[in-house]
Design a protein around this ligand. Structure first.
Ligand code: ADP
Ligand code: SF4
Ligand code: SF4
Length: 585
């Protein structure tokens, strides 16, 4: 059976484990062969050919730095890319299809970005021999007899031109100095800047400096710049981050329409409703995060997403997760008055030309309230009012509840170690927070070294470890993969139930909110001018209010019970709209 060994170098700490413990327990080493040896960087390196897969080192290493993996039998072939000795290996590649939007779905660290970087020509694959890059003819040979062979032939012949939107749009202001329009004119090979600006609703910020625009605006500018380049393969890595629901739908529709017989589109996406809406086909990536990743065959989107949730690929006969991800249709809950945690009267707050109004409302003990609304509509202002960070214009608030708050933008500049920041959680909430959020591997890292998803988990953990009656989480799904989003839902639900508290969760991933929420607080109005908060309502009423405004209807997939958007003007769409049931008929 083919086998790989992965050493997570940042976790390996030979002085603390007891002087290279693994090298002393390995039976192959004890038989005087060099299976595990010290590497040049004073960590360890494992010779995969000598390793017998006994797993003793894995069990003995106190830091979970070693992973020995028996690969599926069919992976006898060398990987398409390996970063280095005992490092991540990628098997197979997603292949673009002209005329179609292909989605890639998989957990973080499974190789999605690696795969896309190879397609985009940013990373030259090495076919497993990390001493040198493979040349394109070797890659063609490697893929002989497959679609990928044809694709790399086209690359060789200069017939593929790629335009690529990277994941981290926050890096753009660090690299580019100037206004939105300067950046777009520079990218504008198609001479369509004005049209794309209109389509992506960027008119108002044309003359704004890139450094001063919001995350959602930056994301749309990045999409605009990507599509203004002349290309026949467009790749979008996580296009929904920072976008509200309305913008997600718009951008998803826009990306859908990019594909034609001469143009292929690939997207990586964790918002399953958006992924479902914008793609025709999906590739699932599975394996072991940080160790190896395999790309599945192409599947029609509906089946592919269901297979991903199921954790089982029928055609390949591969089970890649030991449990299914299930969505349950929750019966509406009934609350009794004595369970009220707090309530507020009608409120108004004026802030530089923006007015927020809130109807009166209340929160109950032991409930999770989802908060829905566009960017710039006053959600954060409302949350700050409840948290007592700012005061309403009249009707002073006295909520008598202690609030813990996780902001949308998390400061990543701290040099503090995670174990210092999370002291309280480590002491008190090992089972409730540290374990499910998988914080242990991060404890010795500095906040500034964490990836977006790692930082998010730490921020959620820190907020939920405070002593409070009301937890306010602003966009906890950002940078998390599908599995992590659902874990966060469960962690929040567990905290709320055990500690008899309440959680308010602002988010734009409808599937995540549907999974998490008992009730919904809904914001409407005009962004940056006037916001109105109403509710909390029960799920059906809250969702109906939002979906009606968006002019979309949601149904439940029969198999997985996940929510899906109905095709505009389809029978179901018309039927649900006719009955006023925008949310699941
Ligand atoms: P995804 O996009 O699915 O989150 P990535 O392709 O970014 O996954 O990364 C997959 C794994 O590859 C990571 O967990 C990391 O261990 C490894 N990796 C990524 N970039 C490098 C690199 N430059 N050198 C070594 N390992 C890397
Ligand atoms: Fe010690 Fe683990 Fe590093 Fe081996 S891998 S040297 S056991 S810390
Ligand atoms: Fe040695 Fe391999 Fe066994 Fe680890 S799994 S102890 S490297 S033989």
């Amino acid at each position: 059976m083919p086998r790989i060994a992965v050493v997570k170098k940042p976790l390996c700490n030979p002085e603390v484990c007891g002087n290279y413990l693994c090298t002393r327990v390995c039976p192959v080493n004890r038989a005087k062969k060099d299976c595990i040896v010290r590497s040049e960087d004073n960590k360890v390196e494992i010779d995969e050919k000598l390793c017998i897969g006994c797993n003793i080192c894995v069990q003995k290493c106190p830091f979970e730095a070693i992973h020995i993996i028996n690969l599926p039998e069919e992976l006898k072939k060398a990987p398409i890319h390996r970063y280095g000795p005992n490092q991540f290996a990628l098997y197979n590649l997603p292949i673009p299809v002209f005329g179609k939007v292909v989605g890639i779905v998989g957990i973080n660290g499974i190789g999605k970005t690696t795969a896309i970087n190879i397609l985009a020509g940013v990373l030259k694959p090495n076919l497993g021999s990390y001493e040198k890059e493979a040349n394109v003819n070797e890659v063609i040979d490697y893929f002989k007899g497959t679609e990928a062979q044809l694709f790399f032939q086209k690359i060789r012949d200069g017939e593929i031109k790629v335009s690529y939107k990277p994941q981290h749009v926050d890096l753009i202001p660090k690299k580019f100095n100037g206004n939105v329009i300067d950046l777009l004119r520079k990218a504008d090979e198609k001479k369509q800047a004005d049209e794309i600006i209109r389509l992506l609703e960027l008119e108002k910020i044309r003359e704004h400096n890139i450094k001063n625009i919001s995350g959602g605006e930056l994301q749309r500018v990045a999409v605009a710049a990507t599509v203004l380049k002349k290309a026949n393969l467009y790749i979008f890595d996580e296009v929904t981050s920072y976008l509200d629901i309305k913008q997600r739908l718009k951008v998803a529709k826009f990306i859908r329409e990019l594909a034609d017989e001469k143009t292929a589109v690939i997207v990586i996406e964790h918002d399953l409703i958006a992924l479902d809406y914008m793609t025709d086909l999906v590739n699932i990536m599975y394996g072991k995060a940080g160790c190896f990743g395999i790309v599945s065959n192409l599947k029609p989107t509906k089946n592919g997403i269901n297979a991903f949730l199921e954790g089982y690929l029928k055609e390949e006969n591969v089970r890649f997760r030991d449990h299914k991800i299930k969505f349950e249709v929750k019966p509406p809950q009934t609350y009794k008055r004595e369970h009220t945690l707090t309530n507020w009267p009608e409120l108004t707050k004026k802030l530089n030309g923006f007015t927020l109004e809130s109807k009166q409302g209340e929160l109950y003990i032991n409930e999770k309230v989802g908060v829905l609304g566009e960017n710039g509509i006053g959600k954060t202002t409302f949350v700050k009012l409840l948290a007592g960070v700012i005061e309403p214009d009249k009707n002073k608030l006295d909520l008598k509840v202690k609030v813990a708050y996780k902001p949308q933008y998390i400061d990543s500049n701290s040099g503090d170690m995670v174990m210092v920041v999370l002291q309280n959680a480590i002491k008190k909430y090992e089972v409730e927070l540290i374990r499910p959020l998988n914080i242990k591997p991060l404890l010795k890292m500095k906040i500034s070294e964490l990836s977006g998803g790692e930082l998010q988990r730490v921020a959620v953990c820190s907020c939920l470890s405070q002593e409070a009656d009301l937890f306010l989480l602003d966009e906890p799904s950002a940078y998390l993969d599908v599995e992590q989003r659902l874990i966060v839902s469960k962690v929040v639900a567990n905290v709320v139930e055990k500690r008899k508290v309440c959680a308010l969760v602002v988010d734009h991933d409808l599937l995540f909110l549907d999974y998490l929420s008992d009730r919904l607080l809904v914001f409407s109005g005009e962004p940056a001018i006037h916001g109105i908060a109403e509710g909390p309502f029960n799920m059906e009423k809250g969702m109906n209010a939002l979906l009606k405004e968006l002019e979309i209807t949601l149904r439940r997939d029969q198999e997985s019970k996940r929510p899906r958007i109905n095709k505009l003007s389809s029978v179901k769409d018309r039927e649900q709209k006719g009955k006023g049931k925008y949310y699941y008929a």
